[in-house]
Design a binder for this molecule. Structure first.
Ligand SMILES: NC(=O)c1ccc[n+]([C@@H]2O[C@H](COP(=O)([O-])OP(=O)(O)OC[C@H]3O[C@@H](n4cnc5c(N)ncnc54)[C@H](O)[C@@H]3O)[C@@H](O)[C@H]2O)c1
Length: 269
């Protein structure tokens, strides 16, 4: 078991820490640094881990450093840690920041870039991972063990693929939440109470997601199985498709990937 430091203790760090602890990682081997005293108190209370406001102390303690601050502060955080970084494995979860920038700011080549997603909080996430050439097979295994508590892990062969991962699974939960918001609003308009519309939409999302992962059929077949000829589903699906749903979804997801590339250009200069 390795000592892990999380630099930044926000939502995503808490999701990953929750996964680690519930998978049996010793809480005393995890330290998190964050400027917010309240946040640290919450993390300490919830997971029993060590906490500090001093990023350098956390980095010096650890064998693995997980960079979990917002992309906009990553440069200053990394540069202030360069003295403490030696042989540790670095795992960055920041959107848009390339390994080359992190290596340059920290003075370390041993970098894995990772794009998790918020279902990590309940162990149902998926992370896309890219390792630089110097990262060993053993270090890749260690990164997998750290991230598996949060869900599945998928290795990428080219760093540029992280932009697509960000657009599909990183941002993806928000697309489903948006559809559920629209379903609840429509349910209310059609005369249901908000509570009933919410329960119907939530359980439908859960059932559909479970079918997607458990059924041998693909999404299109599952959709066709709900859609009776000239029935109610067909009326809705036709309205979606005639309104340009497929093109709009592709446009939206491409916008996320493009934004990931833009962040990489802006934040790594
Ligand atoms: N939320 C997501 O869906 C998601 C998904 C994948 C990747 N990410 C990436 O994860 C990273 C963290 O995102 P989040 O959603 O957890 O954000 P967040 O705002 O919840 O967490 C960021 C944390 O960093 C702390 N912080 C700020 N300045 C700091 C400093 N100088 N040193 C140490 N800590 C500092 C903040 O107090 C905060 O607790 C981002 O880089 C984001 O791109 C987020």
């Amino acid at each position: 078991m390795k000592k892990i430091a999380f630099i930044g203790g926000g939502n995503m760090a808490a999701s990953l820490i929750g996964g680690l602890v519930s998978n049996g990682w010793t809480a005393e081997y995890i330290i998190v640094s964050d400027p917010s005293v309240e946040r640290l108190a919450y993390l300490q209370h919830t997971f029993g881990i060590q906490t500090t406001q001093d990023n350098s102390a956390a980095a010096a303690y650890a064998e693995v450093i997980v960079l979990a601050v917002k992309p906009q502060v990553m440069q200053s955080v990394c540069m202030s840690l360069s003295e403490q970084v030696g042989s540790q494995l670095i795992i960055s979860i920041a959107a848009g920041i390339p390994c080359s920038a992190i290596s340059q700011w920290l003075g370390s080549q041993t970098v894995i870039r990772c794009m998790p997603n918020t279902p990590a909080l309940i162990g149902a996430g998926i992370s896309g991972l890219f390792a630089t050439a110097v990262v060993t097979a053993e270090q890749k295994q260690l990164a997998e063990r750290i991230l598996q508590g949060a869900g599945k892990v998928s290795w990428l062969t080219q760093e540029v693929q992280i932009d697509a991962v960000t657009a599909i699974s990183g941002s993806g939960p928000a697309y489903f939440f948006l559809l559920v918001e629209a379903m609840i609003a429509s349910g209310e308009q059609l005369g249901l109470s908000r509570a009933v519309a919410t329960e119907l939409a939530q359980q439908t999302a859960l059932g559909a997601a479970k079918m997607l992962v458990q059924s041998p059929h693909d999404a299109a077949t599952l959709r066709q199985q709900v859609t009776s000829p000239q029935g109610t589903t067909e009326a809705a699906i036709k309205t979606f498709l005639n309104g340009g749903f497929m093109a709009l979804a592709e446009q939206a997801i491409t916008a996320a990937a493009t934004r990931s590339q833009e962040l990489a250009q802006q934040l790594s200069q």
